[in-house]
Design a protein around this ligand. Structure first.
Ligand code: NAP
Ligand code: G3H
Length: 470
């Protein structure tokens, strides 16, 4: 049983009421976290506000020293964090360790990038003006509320926390409930690292219960949220006047124009089924021309049938999805497709929250699976008459995170990529957030603002100008 406390104003905070965390691996309780309420939330924001100025007034190098101490403790506890992740979110050991290592690298890279954030200098020499220099520096925004999702509990949390702190902001962090054991453990490490009181605070509680209270707090300058579209929309509604960064869902297509179908199918399998499809950048639909339709189904079907299905403990690729509710939603999407004439190429009846990898062909545009985000191991294949139709179907989606485009004709690929209304197009590769220094963004329902190490540093700061008249 894992059991860690929250952190507010440099102290461990517990509560009488607890939230029990159910492991997706065996649906048994694997730990508990405090269930905090209004009083603790307001203490967290007050301490973040009260400590912000002093924190910002430290030199960058002093803030980096604290961040490095925290990072060293993450390194020391690398295996332990990965072991929590196996239990808490059913992420296989190898992927959990990769996530911790990626986070350590993220902190290092952020530190290096922050050292090179120089002010922008302008000369006033034109437009009826002469003899001016404008120096535009980047300063902290203030207090940042960071809300993270369950699927990358350390990486997507630190991707908000590290840039915010290094740039001189203070943070109130609310981890996803599935993921809050990792969140609270990581927060305990911040105490051990000796971060000044109030600079970093962690509060746990169910988003549906404490979410509004968090979002509405008047001390917040910026909310950085990663999660689903409905919660993102709720935040937009309530956040009035606060800056927002939203990383939301996706329905990334794999668009096959031409190429080696064997290689393409391997790339699609990795993109669609790793961590059982619980990635925002997962491939969530395949768009293929009539000429390649039968062949790609056969290749994908052969590969899906070879995917290991089981538990993160034995390193299977297909592991139980986060909870029963998600598995029931996946069932609903498959039943809707079946009822409307789709062919289920692979996939067995689910066992609880273990959902077998499911490939669906004969998918038509009236089916929910053509448009909705499953967040599970389901891959629909849509036959298209032309490249123009592929572009049209891609752009008709409410989502616009990433797309994969497969073609050996680079000039055609670039022309098509330019017409896709998404954040990023991956030519001849699966969609991916990383490397984490690349800008990462979604359009339409997929997000607001830009992430990625350099871009996040810009988002958590604002320009402050000083003009010298000489
Ligand atoms: P979620 O249910 O939206 O939860 C995300 C976070 O929001 C959790 O911390 C959750 O807390 C909290 N929350 C829930 N209701 C809230 C409310 N009313 N106010 C404030 N916060 C609230 O998403 P998830 O299931 O963790 O993650 C899956 C979704 O995230 C998918 O749609 C996926 O595509 C998206 N995602 C996007 C990206 C990206 O970079 N674009 C990355 C990862 C995931 P509780 O856990 O306590 O409910
Ligand atoms: O779930 C969303 C993550 O940002 C995806 O990251 O593309 O590295 O798996 P990834």
């Amino acid at each position: 049983m894992f059991n860690y406390e929250c952190v507010i104003n440099g102290k461990s905070i517990n509560s009488k009421n607890k939230i029990q965390i159910t492991s997706p691996v065996d649906l048994k309780v694997c730990g508990e976290v405090p269930e905090l309420g209004v009083k603790e939330i307001s203490m967290a924001f007050k301490s973040a506000r009260d400590s912000q100025k002093n924190w910002e007034d430290l030199t960058l190098f002093d803030r980096i020293k604290y961040m490095n101490k925290w990072k060293e403790l993450i390194i020391k506890n690398r295996e332990h964090i990965a072991n929590i992740m196996i239990k808490e979110i059913a992420k296989p050991l190898k992927d959990s360790l990769t996530e911790v290592d990626r986070t350590i690298e993220y902190i290092d890279y952020t530190i290096e990038e922050a050292k090179r954030m120089y002010p922008e200098i302008y000369t006033g020499d034109g437009m009826n003006v002469k003899n001016k220099y404008g120096i535009f520096d980047r300063i902290a925004k203030g207090v940042i509320l960071a809300i993270s999702p369950f699927n990358y509990p350390i990486n997507l949390s630190m991707a908000k926390i590290a840039p915010s702190l290094i740039a001189g902001n203070t943070v109130v962090f609310k981890p996803a409930t599935s993921g809050s054991i990792v969140g609270t453990f990581m927060s305990q490490l911040s105490l051990e690292a000796g971060l000044p009181a109030g600079v970093f605070n962690c509060v746990t509680g169910r988003g549906s219960v404490i979410g509004d209270e968090l979002i509405k707090n008047p001390e917040i300058n910026l909310i950085s949220f990663t999660g689903s579209v409905p919660v993102g929309n709720r935040i937009k509604e309530l956040a009035k006047g606060k800056d927002l960064i939203l990383e939301l869902g996706g329905k990334d297509p794999a668009i096959i124009i031409d190429g080696d179908l064997e290689k393409i199918s391997s790339e699609i399998i990795g993109g669609a089924f790793s961590y059982s499809g619980q990635r925002c950048t997962g491939i969530k639909r395949v768009l293929v021309l009539e000429k390649d339709y039968d062949k790609i189904i056969k290749l994908l079907k052969d590969k899906v049938n070879k995917l290991s299905v089981g538990s993160p403990v034995d390193g299977s690729v297909i592991i139980p999805v986060i909870d029963i509710k998600t598995a029931e939603y996946l069932d609903e999407l498959v039943s809707d497709a079946k009822a409307k004439g789709a062919t289920i190429e692979t996939g067995k009846a689910r066992k609880g929250n273990l959902f077998y990898p499911t490939l669906i062909s004969n998918v038509s545009l009236d089916m929910k699976i053509a448009w909705e985000e499953p967040f599970g191991p389901i891959l629909p294949i849509i036959k298209c008459k032309s490249v123009e139709e592929m572009i049209e179907i891609t752009n008709k989606s409410n989502f616009g995170l990433q797309a994969s485009l497969f073609s050996n004709n680079i000039s055609q690929a670039i022309k098509v990529a330019k017409q896709l209304n998404v954040g990023t197009v991956n030519l001849n590769g699966k969609p991916q957030r990383g490397p984490d220094n690349f800008p990462f963004l979604g359009v339409k329902d997929s997000g607001l603002g830009v992430q990625g190490i350099g871009e996040t540093l810009k988002s958590v700061t604002r320009l402050k100008g000083i003009v010298i008249n000489y």
